[in-house]
Design a protein around this ligand. Structure first.
Ligand SMILES: Nc1ncnc2c1ncn2[C@@H]1O[C@H](COP(=O)(O)OP(=O)(O)OP(=O)(O)O)[C@@H](O)[C@H]1O
Length: 122
């Protein structure tokens, strides 16, 4: 049924996060890496814009990981057998996660260079 109350929809979303945490090792890994990124921000204390950029990248990775897991879940439920087309689709979604993870590394590198140029790193 559509248009349920906000609090009920919030409950569904939190249940989705809980299920992803329980079922998906890669989601747990990305959560831990996100916490490490926040710890690094607290330690390095860069300008507020860096907090915004890095928190945005962390949130995007977690959100994409959730979409990846949901898509894989639907595919595996509807079509448990191997199929070359499913391989391509799953590989493409994995590629999307890889693109964003690579971007996260470049953002971290840009932050390190910025802090280094200010003499606040090493
Ligand atoms: N039904 C299938 N048909 C063909 N190839 C598949 C199928 N399921 C998985 N694969 C191949 O195996 C790879 C890994 O798929 P899998 O479903 O195990 O996801 P995963 O990358 O382990 O994801 P996660 O770790 O997030 O669960 C896919 O990228 C694809 O290449």
């Amino acid at each position: 049924m559509k248009n349920r109350p906000f609090i009920e929809r919030m409950g569904f979303a939190l249940a989705g996060l809980k299920a992803a945490w329980q079922r998906e090792a890669s989601f747990r890994t990305h959560c831990v890496m996100g916490l490490l990124a926040v710890a690094a921000l607290a330690l390095l204390r860069p300008a507020p814009v860096w907090w915004a950029v890095i928190l945005l990248v962390v949130a995007l990775i977690l959100a994409l990981e959730l979409v990846n897991s949901a898509l894989e879940g639907v595919i595996d439920h509807l079509h448990p057998e191997h199929h070359p087309e499913i391989k391509i689709i799953k590989d493409m979604v994995a590629g999307a996660v890889l693109v964003l993870s690579g971007t996260a590394l470049l953002v971290a590198l840009a932050l390190a260079v910025d802090l280094w140029m200010q003499g606040r790193l090493f």
